[in-house]
Design a protein around this ligand. Structure first.
Ligand code: OGA
Ligand code: NI
Length: 383
């Protein structure tokens, strides 16, 4: 029997943890997780499987030449919307410690995990679905979502408190793993995101601080973390850990399991490409808000997650504009030849869409674009 929790906390139906489904379903996954045929994963090989096919660019962030770094980041984000950042300056021990701490959460007994069960009011805490439509599609993954910035939204009570041991070399430390490492992780990642923002801004021919200013400046931005846990799946060919979507926010820094692949990215020619993660790299991608601000110079590209016969953990750090600022194409990038492709909208307003309807490929951004380019509007679409 699969246990259900949390049906009364604002969800349209009882929430079932995928972890519990995985433990009890035997060889056959329940129908609710089976995707329609055209959405099922195609198992396209990763570039390193010998196919030598296209793959997302790898950018070394330690290059001394800032212009060359900016050009490499910008080229990747114009073409792929994705790159793997290596030599990014965040200590590998911190990456491993954060992953280990969060794995620890998903290894807790169900009654401990359920203390942190989330509701659709804020999504903060332990969850298993996005979107509140009854009978809506379910993905093969559980997650933990929390706010980091602005500080007024951060509340430690909503984070797991789990004293655990962390082994580094021969020494074992006792820490409140999730809280301590997530704090440190947040500090480091905000710095890294600010740096990448400068590179992206220069790559558009703008002042290095321009894009950050559009986010509300340093200290004005928002950040949240979604730790995904994809339990082992007996029929990975029928389902997805996260269905195709683009990230609604500004920019995402994804830390994945070094040894289990899963992320697939839509390549510039429309194929699904499996990312072969470089150990300890961040997979960086542009979200919808940067696509809007850059007037589609940078692409917020569709991606999805395959599951497999092994558990997989990933940590998605979302770096967002201040949520009450109007976000529209930056004036410098709007010309008679390239009119504004999107109307103004705050991230708060945009997020309401996503939270009600769930993630849906590129549908949300396209519906925005349709508004800006509808008959009677002076803009015209070129992408
Ligand atoms: C996400 C996401 C990818 C992954 O959380 O938005 O795209 O590999 N995750 O888990
Ligand atoms: Ni995503």
């Amino acid at each position: 029997m699969t246990s259900c929790f949390n049906g009364g906390a604002g969800w349209p139906e009882p929430v079932v943890r995928v972890q519990a489904v995985s433990d009890t379903c035997g060889d056959t996954i329940p129908d609710r997780y089976v995707k329609p045929l055209p959405e099922r994963p195609s198992f396209s090989p990763a570039a390193s499987d010998g196919g030598g096919g296209p793959s997302i660019p790898v950018v070394d962030l330690s290059m001394p030449d800032a212009d060359a770094t900016s050009r490499a980041v910008a080229a990747a984000c114009r073409e792929w919307g994705f790159f793997q950042a290596v030599n990014h300056g965040v200590r590998p021990e911190l990456l491993r410690g954060a992953r280990a701490a969060w794995r620890g959460f998903f290894q807790q007994p169900a009654e401990v995990r359920e203390r942190y069960a989330n509701s659709p009011a804020t999504y903060e805490g332990y969850g298993s679905r996005l979107g509140t439509a009854k009978g809506g599609p379910l993905d093969w993954g559980d997650y933990y979502f929390l706010h980091l910035l602005p500080r007024c939204l951060k509340s430690h009570e909503k984070w797991p408190s789990l004293p655990c041991s962390l082994r580094i070399g021969r020494v074992t430390y006792m820490i409140d793993g999730c809280r301590e490492t997530t704090e440190e992780y947040n500090e480091e990642l905000v710095q890294l995101c600010r740096r990448v923002m400068r590179l992206l801004s220069s790559g558009l021919g703008l002042e290095p601080g321009r894009l950050q200013a559009a986010f509300g400046g340093e200290g004005g931005e928002g950040a949240c973390l979604r730790v995904n846990f994809y339990p082992r799946c007996p029929q990975p060919e029928l389902t997805l850990g996260v269905a195709a979507h683009s990230d609604p926010g500004g920019m995402t820094m994804l830390l994945v399991d070094d040894h289990v692949r899963g992320l697939q990215v839509r390549s510039p020619d429309g194929q699904w490409i499996t990312v072969d993660p470089v150990p300890d790299a961040f997979i960086v991608n542009v979200g919808d808000q940067i696509q809007v601000l850059s007037n589609a110079a940078y692409k917020s590209v569709e991606h999805r997650v395959m599951v497999s016969s092994e558990n997989r953990l990933s940590m998605a750090f979302f770096y967002n504009p201040r949520s009450d600022l109007p976000i529209a194409p930056m004036a410098e990038l709007v010309t008679p030849d390239r009119p504004a492709l999107y109307p103004e909208m705050t991230f708060d307003e945009y997020r309401v869409f996503i939270r009600q309807r769930g993630l849906a490929g590129k549908a949300q951004l396209e519906s925005l674009q349709a508004k800006a380019t509808a008959p009677g509007s002076s803009s015209s679409s070129s992408s």
